[in-house]
Design a protein around this ligand. Structure first.
Ligand code: APR
Ligand code: PHB
Length: 393
């Protein structure tokens, strides 16, 4: 069966859904093709830190109601090492900017609700999505749904299908340059039904490895510990995880970590990945399809939001004014912010994780850096402005 739309979007993660929403607000039609079910996409546990700019964009486009009701605004984070906590006063150091705690799955639910309320088209559980004609101005998406074949004719295709999607690999060989760095550690993350033992996020550096205390709500905590990248989750019964978290986050004044039932647990690798350029012909890549950052800087979701905001503006300029310059600038505009986030995420990762091959040299540099970041206003401000998101990159 043949269909037509202006922008064909692959993937109903935050990138694809937000792009579709932003285009709809300007009267541009799109269709989203998603391999998974609605339930799967809505329940996937992912990141939870929104930069000020992300919150502003969601609020300005009608997606701020539940976020402002249920999200938690944070004005600082804690760096903990040698048994002591040091607060980085994010808002004081950045002229009042802050971060918000609101799970990616809540953002995804709000976006799906908004798209469906506006009668937007999202085809869940599609198979074998295939791109053709991306070097022309009339690209085509072929796919199957419920065993039937469909053809979707588009003006543009947005590849919002994450790191493992099909769109990036549809670009002919020799066009993209890929940058990939795999860090020698992974994160074991848990979601737990227990009130957070802290009001602000704690990033802890410890000789046994990094630990992070984050949260999702006043009743739900999100915690992580550094593990080997190929670690088997079966080696980590809940008691062992709690024990390790308590040890790594212990303070000399006896701070206690409250424990509770573990709702979810999993291990993720830490990698940096970028492709350049983020465009070929009428195909534009956005979000995890084009770049991955290690989670230490909490930037993945925010970068995805920045990409699709840029892309929506460029598409709007094309449809309204016939101007293709913003589309041509799309990749370089995004990559400036992508590399800033890569550098910041790498800085946080290198400062906070233990390296198994360390002979004492690296850990001394790390301690010195932590003391500098906490003791110098210039260094704290640099961390703070990157963490809350630089407004002009
Ligand atoms: N066909 C259709 N859909 C696909 C295909 C395919 N071949 N391959 C992948 N998808 C879907 C996935 O099922 C997923 O729902 O594309 C979606 C991509 O979503 P995300 O992986 O969440 O990527 P993105 O929307 O760019 O969001 C980036 O996710 O991983 C986090 O830290 C990251 O927060 C950031 C955010
Ligand atoms: C999270 O809440 O999941 C989270 C917070 C901060 C990070 C990474 C993940 O740096």
């Amino acid at each position: 069966m043949n269909q037509k739309t202006q922008v064909g979007i692959i993937g109903a993660g935050p990138s694809g859904l937000l792009l579709s929403h932003l285009l709809h607000l300007k009267g541009i039609d799109s269709v989203i093709l998603e391999a998974r079910s609605r339930k799967y996409v809505e329940e996937r546990v992912r990141a939870g830190v929104l930069e000020q700019g992300t919150v502003d964009l969601l609020s300005d486009t009608g997606l701020g109601d539940r976020l402002r009701r249920e999200g938690l605004v944070h004005h600082g984070i804690e760096l903990r090492f040698d048994g002591r906590g040091h607060r980085v006063a994010l808002s004081d150091l950045t002229g009042g900017r802050s971060i918000w705690i609101y799970g990616q799955r809540e953002v995804v639910k709000d976006l799906i609700d908004a798209r469906l309320a506006a009668e937007g088209t999202i085809h869940f559980e599609v198979d074998t999505v295939n791109l053709s004609g991306i070097d022309s101005s009339s690209p085509i998406l072929n796919y199957q749904k419920d065993g039937r074949d469909f053809e979707l004719n588009c003006d543009f295709i947005a590849g919002c299908d994450g790191f493992h999607g099909v769109s990036r690999d549809s670009i002919p060989a020799g066009i993209l340059r890929t940058y990939h760095h795999v860090y020698p550690f992974g994160w074991l993350g848990i979601l737990a039904a227990v009130a957070p033992s802290t009001e602000e996020l704690i990033y802890a550096y410890h000789e046994r490895g990094f630990a992070l205390h984050s949260l999702r709500s006043p009743e739900i905590s999100r915690l992580y510990i550094q593990v080997e990248p190929d670690e088997d989750i079966n080696n980590w019964p809940d008691d062992r995880i709690w024990q390790e978290l308590s040890t790594r986050m212990a303070t000399e004044d006896g701070w206690t970590l409250e424990t509770g039932p573990v709702l979810e647990k999993g291990i993720s690798p830490m990698r940096s990945f970028v492709v350049e350029p983020m465009q070929y012909g009428s195909l534009f890549l956005a979000g995890d399809a084009a770049h991955i950052v290690p989670a230490t800087g909490a930037k993945g979701l925010n970068l995805a939001v920045h990409d699709v905001h840029q892309l929506s503006e460029a598409l709007i300029a094309w449809y309204r004014e016939g101007s293709d310059e913003p589309l041509r600038q799309y990749s370089s505009n995004c990559l400036d912010r992508v590399w800033r986030a890569q550098d910041f995420s790498s800085f946080m990762s290198l400062m906070l994780h233990r390296y198994s091959d360390d002979d004492g040299f690296r850990s001394r540099l790390q301690r010195s850096q932590l003391k500098y970041v906490c003791g110098s206003e210039a260094a704290s401000r640099s961390l703070a402005e990157n963490y809350v998101g630089l407004p002009h990159i």
